[in-house]
Ligand binder design. Sequence first.
Ligand SMILES: [Zn+2]
Ligand SMILES: [Zn+2]
Ligand SMILES: [Zn+2]
Length: 252
Amino acid sequence: MEVVILGSGTSTGVPVIGCSCEVCTSDDPRNRRTRSSILVEHAGAYILVDTATDFRAQAIANNIPKIDAVCYTHTHADHVHGIDDLRCFNKLKGGAIPCYGSPATCESLQRNFPYIFKPSEGAGWRPHLEPNAVTGDFDLFGLKVAPIEIEHGKSMIYGYRFGDVAYLTDCSGIPGYSMEKLRGLKLLIIGAIRYQPHPSHFSLGQSVEIIEALKPERALLTHLGHSFDQEKTGAELPPNTGLAYDGLRITL
Ligand SMILES: [Zn+2]
Ligand SMILES: [Zn+2]
Ligand SMILES: [Zn+2]
């Protein structure tokens, strides 16, 4: 199985428009962060998590040849608004692409993007997704996928566990029953937005506490804001923990 970090940035991306801080003006390409998303490659299948605002650029930068399924974490704009560019992958596939999410996520996608779910209505070249509301574990191409309920401010959203890999992008709390589903991980990818506390995202310190509690073999921080420098912040992290960066590929 391979996991590709397509995007590692918070909702604004980094650099932040109009900002001239050290990280936003850094020469290190790893400090240039598109909106958060990953690709899971398993048994020849390509599973996309979220269609981030920068999805088109991510697909081109990483030479994504096809998309077999999309798992949505939630419907905030930074995780969804690249959705229209799935139409090129529908063309490559020659049909609809299944998407997965909580009942609330599937309902919200269908309400906000009716043309994607009812492609027979109207004219033009549009994406076509088949919604699958999931509330428990499911199978994708022989891989066990577990939705993991996590707190994101006042909402409950999904993270996902794919085999021994978990992806928890926008997270401000993890209920005990979800912690239990995150034991024995080879890789944990978890959000950390900044050093200071935030109402709907873990700070760096809070994410490190979760990593220390779950003890995955390796951990990567994602959904990163512009207070984190790949080199400087990376050096402050515990062993086997690092900052994700766009284009990073992990083979498991
Ligand atoms: Zn987000
Ligand atoms: Zn900045
Ligand atoms: Zn969010």
